[in-house]
Design a protein around this ligand. Structure first.
Ligand code: PLP
Length: 362
């Protein structure tokens, strides 16, 4: 293992995983817990897999402090399927409100619109998705209020939840800042996130839903779209993404070993501060996308003085084993994703490279 090449991985998703998790998966690959089989080769109804999924859920409950009146589901279809499942299960014949702060919340709206009444409570699109909306136009009768806690492409993160009108459930796409800091779950009615940013490999989406949300599920939904069936079966109505759930479980154990979400948040803050400081002290050579008060700890999009320099930056960074820094085409430039598994050393390596690059090209 010691001479295996590992790079500094700033990919936006699928993304970096903790080395310890990969090593444990490697060690258990051929013989999972004395079964003589890998976890991919055993029944999802075996007691070994039951242990995997139940431990993953218990660890997540502990990490996030999930109250007893919430269900945890491990579903397929990515965050994209949740864009459809949420309105299908929660909206009935009512209308739902959405706050649009970037590409992902905009995508969620588009899916919801196909299926029924959808209102945009606020949008920052005309300002280029750089921060939070100043005012929300909220429907006091909305079936729910949806927001995206971290916009992965625009690098805009909410540091406290928007407040819905009394009685309106708050629904959150937390795909890219899932388990990256403590939250008060009781403020939410439903939280979802694709695992492949912060919590594991692609293929599993974690949905945390309050019991009264699950009770809203209308009759006659296709089973794979039905929260009630998925929750009541413990995500085992059909064959779940067993391997992805196993890795997510290892990530949860790793997160607990780091000292839980308070400790993880502290490290995430430190990593993001390093990079934002380098941007702010570059005299305008590097320009961040988001407004300072909305700067994401997870994804840092930034521009250089020209597209040529941005291309050179990407190439030279790669030569220095700094991978995945090219920004999304809609924003352009660079993007550094600093998910939980990125080390402070990795963030520092990026900062050192940024300074060197500016010296040579500034
Ligand atoms: C990546 C991402 C998505 C899309 O996730 P899929 O699992 O690919 O559907 C949705 N929302 C946010 C915030 C994301 O970062």
């Amino acid at each position: 293992m010691s001479d295996t090449k590992r790079v500094f991985n700033f990919n936006p998703g699928p993304a970096i995983l903790p080395l310890e998790v990969l090593q444990q998966a490697q060690a258990e690959m051929l013989d999972f817990k004395g079964t003589g089989m890998s976890v991919m080769e055993i029944s999802h109804r075996s007691k070994e897999f039951e242990g995997v999924i139940q431990t993953a859920e218990a660890d997540l409950r502990e990490l996030l402090g999930i109250p007893a009146n919430y269900k945890v589901m491990f579903l397929q279809g990515g965050a994209h399927l949740q864009f459809a499942m949420i309105p299908m299960n929660l909206r009935a014949s009512g209308s739902a409100d959405y706050i649009v702060t970037g590409t992902w919340s905009k995508t969620a709206v588009k899916e919801a619109q196909k299926l029924g009444a959808t209102r945009i409570a606020a949008s920052t699109e005309s300002e280029g998705f750089k921060g939070f909306p100043e005012k929300l136009d909220l429907d006091p009768k909305a079936a729910y209020l949806h927001f995206t806690s971290n916009e992965t492409i625009h690098g805009v993160e909410y540091f406290s939840e928007p407040t819905p009108p009394a009685g309106v459930p708050l629904v959150c796409d937390a795909s890219s800042d899932f388990i990256s800091h403590p939250i008060d779950v009781s403020k939410y009615a439903l939280i979802y996130g694709g695992a492949q940013k912060n919590a594991g490999p692609s293929g599993v989406t974690i949905v945390i839903a309050r019991d009264d949300m699950i009770a809203r599920t209308p009759a006659n939904l296709p089973v794979m779209l039905d929260y009630k069936i998925m929750a009541e079966s413990g995500s085992l109505h059909n064959t779940p993404p067993c391997f992805a759930i196993y890795i997510v479980g290892l990530v949860f154990q790793w997160a607990k070993k780091q000292g839980g979400l308070t400790a993880i948040e502290k490290t995430n803050r430190a990593k993001a501060d390093l990079v934002y400081k380098a941007i702010d002290e570059s005299g305008g050579f590097y320009r961040g996308h988001a407004k300072p008060e909305a700067r994401s700890r997870m994804n840092i999009p930034f521009r250089l003085p020209s597209e040529e320099l941005e291309e050179t930056f990407t190439k030279e960074a790669k030569k220095n084993d700094l991978i995945g820094l090219k920004g999304h085409r809609s924003v352009g430039g660079m993007r550094a994703s600093l998910y939980n598994a990125m080390t402070v050393d990795g963030a520092q390596a990026l900062v050192n490279f940024m300074k060197e690059f500016q010296k040579k090209n500034g």
